[in-house]
Design a protein around this ligand. Structure first.
Ligand code: HEC
Length: 132
């Protein structure tokens, strides 16, 4: 549970709970964190490239939904569109499943897109994207 003082609201971007303590990040702290992480090089998780049949399956689904219109042509993301290339395979798959069943509800558009493809499509997409 997290309540914000109405007068402070414009300056308080988000709050997290940890061990019953409440932490508030103010706008400049959020900006500093974003600047710090944006300078880091993407870690190589040594994930294998998807086999050709899995890649073909993924590309069929991804071309139908045009994932790259938001996530960019190399799936490297931009601004508010997250990078997908090289993210952990299990994380990618679970994120898409969570959007699909709406347990991740912060982007209804992504949920609608994930409901337009099958769970098999999602598994192929996760394997393909993880191996990029
Ligand atoms: C209309 C724009 C749009 C399209 C098209 C789109 N996405 Fe997304 N996607 C987003 C946005 C925006 C987010 C971030 C949502 C958030 O958490 O705020 C996201 C989040 C994700 C995430 C979670 C990433 C993370 O780091 O948590 C995955 C995985 C993903 N998209 C995969 C896909 C795949 C695969 C496709 C195509 C089948 C696709 N998206 C199509 C806009 C889009």
């Amino acid at each position: 549970m997290c309540s914000l003082d109405a007068g402070l609201k414009p300056y308080r971007m988000s709050c997290f709970t940890a061990s019953n303590a409440f932490f508030f990040l103010v706008a400049w702290e959020v900006m500093a964190l974003a600047a710090y992480f944006s300078q880091k090089t993407w870690p190589n998780l040594q994930q294998p490239r998807a086999p050709a049949d899995v890649a073909a399956h993924a590309l069929q689904a991804m071309n139908a939904v045009v994932c790259s219109s938001c996530h960019q042509s190399q799936y490297q993301g931009d601004g508010t569109q997250p990078r997908l290339a090289g993210q952990g395979k299990d994380y990618l798959q679970q994120s898409m499943i969570d959007f699909r069943n709406r347990s991740r509800a912060n982007n209804p558009g992504m949920s609608d897109l994930m409901r337009s493809i099958s769970e098999d499509d999602i598994a192929a997409c996760a394997a393909y994207l993880a191996g990029l």
